[in-house]
Design a protein around this ligand. Structure first.
Ligand code: G3H
Ligand code: 13P
Ligand code: ZN
Length: 322
């Protein structure tokens, strides 16, 4: 089937108590790993492209790779989404260029300015049959070239969400409840350590999520920064020449719980990067003589597929929902 918007997908996810996985794509192997997993477990899918991905791989290559996935996976609905659109022009370029969904991220701007920019994008997008995700609140961590320190991050203020959604007309809302971008989501000082010495992050603010949902009944909520930073891949990286001390993510049980509530879209990127990098590092350590990219990209793609399958089945709960 052709690319779809997320409207129907989110309605089913909201009513069904699960979330759709939104995975970032930057090259063919990542697209293939994710879509093969979704095809195998019959899950709906959001493939998302950041400003950095467009700069790296080129808009047309990414659109055509995702369109190829729709041909290879004819029975699962796939959304092509702009992740963290920084301005109207970038959103317009994606709307004009084949995307079915865009995010305008003006969350770092003052409230009134966020409304103004978001509204402008919504008007253009809706005129072209495209849906819009907006953001209120600021996540910590690194996204594109922007790094937000934990002190500068802020939880979403629930009392702002009704005015924001009604004035902008956005179709979904990303909120800040304690998730964070990247593989180092929390400092050691923000965490406790379990008996194995592994960092345990502070719990997500489900009270904020519940208050937002109460004010926006039936409205799809989005969580960014939702990688769990699998420790087996951090270990694989560290045992094969990498250095990622104290990388820590969001516990999967908490994401599972969020997916049963009003959260309809969960963004995962860093986990796929860790799987790919760990696998390639291990491959080169074990085969220092090899130099054919197909030989090291093949196991990397296979591990992305396994990881995505696990997320779809056990974390998002969207397997079988295509
Ligand atoms: O939130 C950001 C995503 O992980 C995309 O990362 O800007 O490095 O492509 P990127
Ligand atoms: P992670 O860095 O936790 O994978 O978050 C990805 C994300 O939010 C993309 O927008
Ligand atoms: Zn994000």
């Amino acid at each position: 089937m052709p690319l779809v918007t997320s409207t129907e997908m989110f309605k089913k996810a909201y009513d069904g108590g699960y979330a759709v996985g939104a995975f970032n794509v930057n090259n063919m192997e990542i697209v293939q790993g994710i879509t093969e997993a979704a095809k195998e477990v019959n899950a709906p899918l959001i493939l998302q492209v950041s400003k950095g991905a467009r700069a790296y791989a080129n808009h047309t290559y990414l659109v055509k790779l995702v369109e190829a996935a729709t041909i290879e996976c004819p029975n699962i609905p796939i959304v092509l989404h702009l992740d963290h659109g920084p301005d109207f022009e970038t959103c317009k370029s994606c709307i004009d260029g084949g995307f079915t969904s865009v995010m305008i991220d003006a969350s770092s701007k003052p409230f009134a300015e966020n409304i103004e920019i978001t509204k402008k994008v919504v008007e253009y997008a809706h005129d072209h049959g495209v849906v819009v995700e907006a953001e209120l609140g600021t996540l910590a961590g690194v996204e594109d070239e922007v790094k937000v320190s934990a002190e500068d991050s802020s939880y979403t203020h629930p009392e702002e969400v009704e005015e924001f959604v009604s004035k902008t007309g956005c179709d979904s809302l990303a909120i800040a409840i304690g998730t964070s971008h990247g593989a180092y989501k929390f400092t050691a000082a923000q965490c406790t350590r379990n008996e194995k010495g592994i960092l345990v992050p502070p719990p997500l603010r489900f009270d904020v999520l519940e208050e937002v949902s109460k004010r926006l009944p039936g409205f799809p909520i989005v969580l960014h920064g939702s990688s769990s930073v699998p420790q087996e891949y951090v270990k694989m990286i560290n045992e094969n020449g990498g250095k990622m001390p104290d990388a820590v993510g969001i516990p999967e049980e908490q994401l599972r719980k969020a997916a049963t509530l009003s959260v309809c879209k969960i963004n995962i990127d860093s986990d796929l990067r860790l799987a790919m990098t760990g696998t390639i590092r291990q491959f080169f350590n074990e085969h220092p003589d090899k130099f054919d990219p197909r030989e090291y990209l093949k196991p990397a793609r296979a591990n992305i597929k396994e990881l995505v399958k696990h997320k779809l089945i056990n974390v998002l709960g969207c397997a079988g929902k295509a």
